[in-house]
Design a protein around this ligand. Sequence first.
Ligand code: FAD
Ligand code: A2P
Length: 277
Amino acid sequence: MDDTTKSRAAPPAARTPDTQTVTDVRHWSEWLMSFRCTRPASLRFRSGEFVMIGLPGDNGKPILRAYSIASPCWDEELEFYSIKVADGPLTSRLRHIRPGDPLILRPKPVGTLVLDALLPGRRLWLLATGTGFAPFASLLRDPETFERYEQVVMMHTCRTADELAYGRELVADLTRDPLLAEIFGEGIADRVLYYPTTTREQGPRMGRITDNLTSGKAFADMGLPPMDPAVDRAMVCGSLAFNLDVKAVLEGFGLTEGANSDPREFVIEKAFVGEGV
Ligand code: FAD
Ligand code: A2P
């Protein structure tokens, strides 16, 4: 990618289970970045879960925030995909991190966007806006996703095209993923349907996920039948308003919401907590 800046250092040893070391940082735009860090040997997680990460504050007290782990559960490092909020307590500091810097990590992964929270099905829909792509960056790189589903549809919507760059590159790289290729061969590309759209910038595909599903445009464009609770499963990650609207759309197709303790046809997680929510 020539529209990103990239810096890399040889990964130093992890410090303690709670303090990891940044190994790689990429800035995708003024408002988006991704980074990798060492992984504590004791950390086990399911692809799609989130943890608390942070940096020391001025008073020495850590500033911690929830972050989806964007790397799959088999990866020897951890990857995160982050917003850069202009005056955000954590991200105004996080935006300056470099390889070699310490990163606080509370190794207690949780979350509902996990394969076990869904009943078996044939097609998995991953529906995200903005940084809600992060948990799906993990699931898309996990072979278990493709062991459980014949087809995975990744719908990602952002206001502008530059916000789609991280997801676009990740999906393109799936065909070069050595683990997926070893297990599934070259056929992996045919099993992922990628449907990126913008809403506030002209582009090849446009529109909100909700509108593209209810109008039938997404199904027509991808040559798929409308969602059917017998075969279709979905995971949703975006703002509260997005999640509520998608939930109504999925319920309109007859799918019901599940949880870790009660697997059903779709699961939802907030990509962030908005002002006053
Ligand atoms: P905060 O004080 O936390 O937020 C300030 C304001 O910025 C918020 O009120 C909201 O309006 C806005 N905002 C915060 N995060 C986002 C976002 N991601 N997208 C759009 N607007 C936002 N953030 C990530 O960047 N990547 C993740 O993978 C991620 N996973 C999360 C998982 C969960 C379950 C939850 C609850 C939140 C997640 N977040 C994620 C949000 C994250 O916890 C922080 O809010 C974010 O890093 C900003 O921190 P801050 O201290 O700079 O600002
Ligand atoms: P739009 O530009 O039409 O508001 P945001 O940055 O506000 O979180 O939005 C990220 C993306 O999610 C934008 O493309 C936005 O479309 C879309 N979006 C926001 N709210 C909803 C919603 N309630 N239903 C569907 N899409 C939404």
